[in-house]
Design a binder for this molecule. Structure first.
Ligand code: GLN
Length: 284
């Protein structure tokens, strides 16, 4: 087993992939459905022929630039293993900051009211909503996504984690099919400038769905819609927490300000770049 990981790591290094050894471990542990501890304990075990061939074809896909979590079809986010499909963005560690920023609001509202209704716009795998629900037992969430396949992935992910009773997903274009109001709205909308998409890494450009990335000419299309519609969908005392591109904080704050929403908090990501904003209605 250790041999297989080493060999894969060497191939990844030769192909110029990032973190080749770590990627080889993730890929092979994932394929065998074992943890790192088992990998170490079983290091000397040989792989059977069928497993060898599964490993070989997965390694070939990775060498060809496909991200290891795409190959496995799943990725961990905020301690939850989530299934991906071709219409869901692969959840990113930086998006966990959005969950960190939303949780205190959800917890406070749930403590005050005995419940908290959350709307996750562009839910994808359901990552953000499900992470929040797994930490706040009285919260419920609705996930909206324009992709039916994403809605399916999010629904299945909720069931797998025992959150199916408190999570529902539906197809829709942002707020188009939504008439309710919510205590907390969260979203990681597409925010890449259209002209920047060609310059993204191969892994993102070729394997993440472009609809989850393309934020229009200036990257702000989704924020314009969300800023305009939020007032109609946010309850009294509600909060909206959003991921943004690293250079978009000021522009997004200005957009929301025009619609009566004030920025309460700005957070940076793991690399120290601007990434998350939280808003509330301005006091009258
Ligand atoms: N963070 C993603 C990336 O640059 C973009 C996600 C998004 O547009 N919401 O890879």
């Amino acid at each position: 087993m250790a041999e297989a990981v080493k060999a894969a790591g060497r191939q990844f290094a030769e192909a110029g992939l990032e973190a080749p050894e770590r990627s080889a471990q993730i890929l092979i542990c994932g394929l065998l459905d074992i943890g790192l501890t088992e990998l170490v304990l079983d290091a000397g075990n040989a792989l059977d022929v069928e497993t060898q061939s599964r490993v070989a074809s997965a390694v070939a896909r990775a060498v060809n630039g496909e991200p290891v979590h795409r190959i496995l079809g799943r990725r961990e986010f905020y301690g939850l293993e989530l299934q991906l499909n071709e219409e869901t963005l692969e959840p990113r560690p930086d998006t966990e900051i959005l969950v960190d920023a939303a949780l205190p609001h959800v917890t406070a509202i749930a403590a005050r009211q005995g419940g908290c209704d959350i709307l996750d716009l562009g839910t994808g795998t359901g990552a953000i909503a499900l992470a929040i629900l797994s930490h706040v037992k009285q919260a419920r969430a609705l996930g909206v996504d324009i992709s039916e396949k994403a809605v399916l992935a999010a629904t299945q992910n909720a069931r797998r984690h025992g959150l199916g009773e408190r999570f529902r997903a539906t197809t829709g274009d942002w707020f188009d099919n939504i008439s309710d109001r919510f205590d907390v709205i969260v979203s990681n909308p597409p925010y890449i400038r259209r002209s920047d998409i060609d310059g993204l890494s191969d892994a993102v450009r070729r394997h993440d769905p472009v609809r989850a990335l393309d934020g229009g000419q200036d990257g702000l299309d989704a924020y314009r819609i969300i800023a305009r519609e939020t007032d109609k969908h946010l309850r009294q005392g509600g909060r909206i927490v959003l991921e943004t591109g690293f250079d978009q904080h000021d522009a997004v704050i200005a957009l929301f300000d025009k619609h009566g929403l004030e920025c309460l908090e700005r957070r940076r990501d793991l690399g120290g770049r601007d990434r998350v904003l939280a808003f509330a209605r301005k006091a009258l």
